[in-house]
Design a protein around this ligand. Structure first.
Ligand code: NDP
Length: 493
C-alpha cells in the first residue's frame, strides 16, 4: 500500500521516524491507507521551512493581494474539480454520510473563494491625530503574523483544514498544518492541490502524525508565531500552556455542551427536525452540537415522543450508502461514547431510545451507535455536563424563560446555543442572554463562511471564518507620518 507523506518545503517526504500509521475506515474497521508517522523532528523541519519562506524568501507575503487571491481561487477550482473524490475520501476516513461529505467539500471550496475575495478588500484605517509635534498623519495596516501552526480534529477533515488554511494563506502567512492522525487523507489531497497551483515552496507545509509526537512541537516552538487549534478543551489547555514560552498568538476552538432551548409556542415539527440536525448530524461529532435540549415542561412528552419516533426511524450504515447517520470516527471514540451512555444510565437518566452499539447487517464490524435520547436529566449528571461527541442528547425541562436562560448558561462551555419560539421578542431576549459565541433562532447548526465562529468560556477564544477569521491571522501595524520633516524645537538646548 502506498504511503502518504509529509509535504515540507515543496517536497513530499517520509518522516524521519521511518514509521507508518494505518488509516482505518470506521464503517468496517479495514485499513484504507498508510501515512507516515511524524515526530517532533519532522515538525521542526516544517517550521524551519515555513520560517525561511516567510522571513527570508518572503515570496508569498510580498506577493500582491490580488495575486494571492488568484492562487486561492485556483485552489477552490481544484477542490471543486476533485469534489467527488474528496467527498469519498472524507466519507471513508471519517464515516460520515456521503452527502454530508459533499457539502463539506463545497463549503471548503467556498471558504477559499471567500478569503480570496476578502483579501482584496480595503483593510486598515486612517486616523485624525493631534498636532502637538506639528502636522502628523497616522494610518494602520494589516500584516501577516508570520509562521502559523494549524492543528485540526477529525470531525470535518477537509472543511476544518479550509477554515484555517484559507484565511492564514490569504493573509500572507507561512503555515505548518497538522490534521488529526485519524483522518489525514483529504489534507494530503489538499496539499497536492497547493503543489499543483504553485504555492511558493515552504509557504504551506504538512506534517502527518499524532498530537503528542508531532503536534506538541508546533505549540512549543519559539519559531512559531501563532498556533490555532480546534479540538478538545483538555488538548487546548495543553497547547495554550506550551505556547506561553514565546508568547505566540493562540486561537482555540474547543468543546461544547450547547443548549437547545425549545418553548411551548415553537413549531413542534420544525423544532424536532432541527433538534435532530443539532445532535445527530455528522453522528453528533460536532463541536456546536445541541446536546442539551431544554424543553418547556408542558410540551415535553409530545416533543420527546416525536423526537424518539424520528430517531428510531433513522437509517444507520456505511457513509458510502448515504444513510441518515454513519459511523463514529474510531474505535476509541466509539468506546468513549458508549462509556458516556453507560454513565448516564448509572446516574439515573431515563433511556428513551438507542443507547447501544449498532451492529446490524453490514454495520457488524463498524463503529456505529444508535441515536440516543436520555430523558429526565439533571444538572449534576455527566451527560448534562460533559461533551460526548456522539449521537447522544440529554433532555431537561423548564417552566419559565428565566429558568431556561439560567439552565442554558449552567455549563463551563460557551460555544453555541439555539432558541425555538414563535415569539420574536423572546427569541431575541433569550439569545442575548445566552453566553455563547454562535447562536441560532428557529434553526440549529447552519454555518456560514461569512460569519464569525468561536466560543466563550471554556469553548476557547479567537474566531474562525468571516472577517474576524482573517483578522486572527493578521497583525495590525500603526504608521505615523510627520508631514513637516525637520526639527520640531522640543528641547531647549
Ligand atoms: P483532541 O483535541 O485530542 O485532538 C484534536 C487535534 O489535536 C488532533 O489533530 C490531535 O492530534 C491534536 N493533538 C492532540 N494532542 C496534542 C498536543 N499535545 N499538542 C498538539 N496537538 C495535539 O481530540 P480527540 O481526537 O482526542 O477527541 C477527544 C474529544 O475531543 C472528543 O471526544 C470530543 O469531545 C473533543 N473534540 C472536540 C472537537 C471540536 O471540534 N471542538 C473536535 C474533536 C474532538 P492526533 O489526533 O493526530 O493525535
Amino acid at each position: 500500500m502506498e504511503v502518504r507523506n509529509n509535504y515540507i518545503n515543496g517536497q513530499w517526504q517520509a518522516s524521519v521516524s521511518g514509521a507508518t500509521r494505518e488509516v482505518i475506515n470506521p464503517s468496517n474497521g479495514e485499513v484504507i491507507a498508510l501515512v507516515t508517522d511524524s515526530v517532533a523532528e519532522d515538525s521542526k523541519q516544517a517550521i524551519a521551512a515555513a520560517k525561511a519562506a516567510f522571513y527570508q524568501s518572503g515570496a508569498w507575503r510580498r506577493m500582491a493581494g490580488p495575486k494571492r487571491a488568484d492562487l486561492l481561487l485556483r485552489i477552490a477550482d481544484a477542490i471543486a474539480a476533485r469534489a467527488d473524490e474528496l467527498a469519498v475520501m472524507d466519507t471513508l476516513d471519517n464515516g460520515k454520510p456521503l452527502r454530508e461529505a459533499r457539502c463539506d467539500v463545497d463549503d471548503a471550496a467556498a471558504c477559499f473563494r471567500y478569503y480570496a475575495g476578502l483579501i482584496t478588500k480595503p483593510q486598515g484605517g486612517v486616523y485624525e491625530v493631534s498636532d502637538g509635534f506639528g502636522p502628523m498623519h497616522a494610518y494602520s495596516m494589516h500584516e501577516p503574523v508570520g509562521v502559523c501552526a494549524l492543528i485540526t480534529p477529525w470531525n470535518y477533515p477537509l472543511l476544518m483544514a479550509a477554515w484555517k488554511l484559507a484565511p492564514a494563506l490569504a493573509a500572507g502567512n507561512a503555515v505548518v498544518f497538522k490534521p488529526s492522525e485519524v483522518t489525514p487523507l483529504s489534507a494530503v489531497a489538499l496539499f497536492e492541490i497547493f503543489h499543483q497551483v504553485g504555492l511558493p515552496a515552504g509557504t504551506a507545509n504538512l506534517v502527518l502524525g499524532s498530537g503528542p509526537a508531532a503536534g506538541q512541537e508546533l505549540a512549543a516552538s519559539h519559531d512559531v508565531d501563532m498556533i490555532t487549534f480546534t479540538g478538545s478543551t483538555r488538548t487546548g489547555q495543553t497547547i495554550a500552556a506550551a505556547a506561553v514560552g514565546n508568547l505566540k498568538k493562540v486561537g482555540l476552538e474547543l468543546g461544547g455542551k450547547s443548549p437547545n432551548v425549545i418553548f411551548a409556542d415553537a413549531d413542534l415539527e420544525g423544532a424536532v427536525e432541527w433538534a435532530m440536525i443539532g445532535v445527530f448530524f455528522n453522528q453528533g461529532e460536532v463541536c456546536s452540537a445541541g446536546s442539551r435540549i431544554l424543553i418547556e415542561e408542558s410540551i415535553k412528552d409530545r416533543f420527546v415522543a416525536r423526537l424518539a419516533e424520528r430517531a428510531r426511524a433513522m437509517s444507520i450504515g456505511p457513509g458510502m450508502k448515504d444513510p441518515d447517520m454513519g459511523a463514529i470516527v474510531s474505535a476509541a471514540q466509539l468506546e468513549k461514547v458508549l462509556g458516556h451512555i453507560e454513565r448516564a444510565k448509572q446516574q439515573g437518566a431515563t433511556l428513551v431510545c438507542g443507547g447501544v452499539r449498532h451492529t446490524e447487517g453490514e454495520c457488524a464490524k463498524g463503529y456505529f451507535v444508535q441515536p440516543t435520547i436520555f430523558d429526565n436529566c439533571t444538572r449534576d449528571m455527566d451527560i448534562v455536563r460533559e461533551e460526548v461527541f456522539g449521537p447522544v442528547v440529554a433532555i431537561q425541562t423548564f417552566t419559565s424563560e428565566a429558568e431556561a436562560i439560567a439552565m442554558a448558561n449552567d455549563t463551563p462551555y460557551g460555544l453555541a446555543g439555539g432558541v425555538f419560539t414563535t415569539d420574536g421578542a423572546r427569541a431575541l431576549r433569550v439569545v442575548k442572554e445566552i453566553r455563547a459565541g454562535v447562536t441560532w433562532i428557529n434553526c440549529y447548526n447552519p454555518t456560514f463562511n461569512e460569519a464569525p465562529w468561536g466560543g466563550y468560556k471554556m469553548s476557547g477564544y479567537g474566531r474562525d471564518l468571516g472577517v474576524n477569521g482573517l483578522l486572527e491571522y493578521q497583525q495590525v501595524k500603526q504608521v505615523n507620518i510627520n508631514l513637516q520633516p525637520g526639527p520640531v524645537g522640543w528641547y531647549q538646548h
